[in-house]
Design a protein around this ligand. Sequence first.
Ligand SMILES: Nc1ncnc2c1ncn2[C@@H]1O[C@H](COP(=O)(O)OP(=O)(O)O)[C@@H](O)[C@H]1O
Ligand SMILES: [Mg+2]
Length: 265
Amino acid sequence: MTVATAERSTLATRNGAHADGAKPTPVIDVRGITKVYKMGDIEVHALRGVDLQIYPGELVAIMGPSGSGKSTLMNILGCLDQPTSGKYRLDGVDVEKLNDNQLAEIRNKKIGFVFQSFNLLRRTSAIDNVEQPLIYAGVPPRERRERARAALEAVGLGSRLKHHPSELSGGQQQRVAIARALVTNPAIILADEPTGNLDSRAGAEVMCIFQRLNSEQGITVIFVTHDPRIAQHTRRIIRIADGQIVGDEPVEEQLIACHGEPLKY
Ligand SMILES: Nc1ncnc2c1ncn2[C@@H]1O[C@H](COP(=O)(O)OP(=O)(O)O)[C@@H](O)[C@H]1O
Ligand SMILES: [Mg+2]
């Protein structure tokens, strides 16, 4: 199934140039970013001048060979790491000017990060895992509980609140991780190979959640994948090779992962 043409053109208006010709402000604006890892005498040039603008409400896949710099870029976009040079403006804030505390704060406020290996606390229930970012944010216990439960319900895990990661399938664990990313109401979700450890059915469930968050809540979603079919669920595919962007194309025939109710764009 594909999004109807009329719907797609509405999206193009929302995410691309405005109908009146005014240019929207990118939520992610990266200019000339480089990243050099120094290992003893050896320098690894992981990013070699990346320019990238992502607009509010976009759904984007990043593809590229292993070692091409995708994770390095995602970590910088997610304020988990700083570039060696270049400019990064996140929702109007110049990230390179921030100290570690300010970086942590902006990360907590604006970004939800999802990892390939879920990164859940193993001895902790699903709901306690999802509450973690709210503890850092200083949210009171009762509200934490309610928001964590709502986030787990939003990813279809309302009946698994007390389960520990070892009692959940890989797909369910990744949905807990998405709930944890969601619970702070981020403007952006960044996911580094979120379906890399999942079978195709669980991968499609993750895509359905991302498409819903994007279409119904306007959350900007950017994820890395090696799988062309997974990438086809977005509206834009960015290709990286050898630390540089080598392709940036719209998706012509978007796949829709959610069955049942149509997406509300
Ligand atoms: N912490 C690090 N220290 C040194 N080199 C690194 C580090 N992280 C990544 N690299 C190197 O940077 C390059 C890009 O890595 P990465 O961003 O992980 O690529 P990808 O996610 O596309 O596989 C690779 O050559 C990798 O070996
Ligand atoms: Mg990687």
